[in-house]
Design a protein around this ligand. Structure first.
Ligand code: SAH
Length: 343
């Protein structure tokens, strides 16, 4: 099977897929995300949403949508900030897009005490589209399945996954050479891997068309490239350790680096505008993360060391600050906060 089919099955197979059966976020699980590092992350996304609504001209009605909300921490931090703006809170209808049943349960628990009831959808297309939308997605795009292609010396061929059952008693999975792909990529060193994602392009197109139609903005933060390039980025994480992506199908989180230029191009073709690709550090700094950290330290002087470590984890170039990027898809004439710079 292709890497694309393998990724989809490993993550979403109803009986054995990772997200469908036993997703593990947090210290006791398999991986940690930015909102689990610090409350500052979700709070600043709340600030970003309020300011985007102001720049939209304060519409009376708006849908605030998080896609891929994990355990609900990000949305809870975001909605707590939104309580500070009565007008925005009155205008804003909160929605979550989630396919995972166990995570929907966790999200329901984390968000049970919010000011407005949360609604769930399985895809963006299930949300009514008669009002502007502000969409946020952190570490969602990296779950979208990719295909891999390898340069053999003569041509690009699909990298597939097959069964090696010749020598072992139990069958093991391994990468095998698939059919040639008619590809315009130039020659590269033998064995070079190239990735592309039809799912990422289709999602970019869907978000671009939606935002162009209803108005608003969509913010995505994830790890990935800001220029096209080669490389095998398929990665499995289990118990906070990287393991071979074929070692434990369905038991590990499986991701790939996001090709941000391809994602934004798809949204642009669908009619939306797109901003520059920012590093997570410059995005969070533009929203005032250092000021927020100082305020938290002022209220909890004993936690100064901890808060600084959390801040550094989010913005230091050798932690999440540079590998993670923030991008925005928005309607014509809107410049969302932090995306003013045309870099
Ligand atoms: N945003 C959260 C969680 C990231 S984990 C955080 O930052 O902590 C990825 C999330 O995306 C999970 O909630 C997973 O169930 C969801 N997800 C993965 N593929 C999806 C899809 N195709 N449609 C909707 N949600 C999906």
């Amino acid at each position: 099977m292709s890497v694309e089919t393998y990724m989809s099955l490993c993550l979403h197979d109803p009986a054995e897929g990772y997200y469908a059966t036993h997703p593990g976020l947090g210290a006791a699980g398999d991986f940690i995300t930015a909102p689990l590092v610090s409350q500052m992350f979700g709070e600043l996304l709340g600030v970003w949403a309020i300011e985007t609504w102001v720049r939209l001209g304060r519409p009376d009605s708006l849908r605030l949508v998080e896609i891929g909300p994990g355990d609900g921490t990000l949305f809870a931090d975001c909605l707590r900030v939104i309580r500070a703006s009565t007008d925005f809170q009155a205008a804003c209808e909160p929605w979550l897009v989630e396919t995972s049943a166990p995570l929907r349960t966790l999200q329901g628990q984390a968000l049970s005490r919010g000011p407005r009831p949360i609604r769930w959808a399985t895809t963006l297309a299930d949300i009514p589209d008669d009002a502007p939308m502000i969409i946020i997605g952190n570490e969602f795009l990296d779950c979208l399945p990719i295909r891999q292609t390898v340069w053999t010396g003569q041509s690009w061929v699909e990298r597939n996954i097959g069964i090696d059952d010749g020598r072992t008693t139990s069958a093991t999975l391994r990468f095998v050479t698939g059919p040639p792909r008619p590809d315009v990529s130039p020659a590269a060193a033998v064995g070079t891997v190239r990735e592309d994602s039809a799912a990422l392009a289709a999602f970019g197109k869907a978000v671009g068309a939606l935002i162009a139609r209803v108005g608003g903005a969509a913010l995505f933060i994830d790890y990935g490239r800001d220029a096209s390039g080669f490389g095998d980025t398929l990665q499995a994480l289990r118990n906070h350790r990287k393991e071979h992506p074929l070692a434990n199908p369905g038991l590990a989180d499986l991701t790939a680096h996001v090709d941000f230029p391809a994602f934004l191009a798809a949204a642009g073709w669908a009619g939306a505008e797109t901003g520059p690709i920012l590093t997570q550090a410059s995005f969070l700094r533009a929203l005032g993360i250092e000021t927020r950290a100082n305020a938290l330290v002022g209220k909890n002087p004993d936690a100064a060391g901890l808060i600084d470590r959390q801040l550094q984890r989010l913005i230091a170039a050798d932690r999440m600050g540079a590998l993670f990027k923030a991008v925005c898809i928005h309607s014509a004439g809107l410049t969302p906060p932090a995306f003013e710079a045309r870099t």
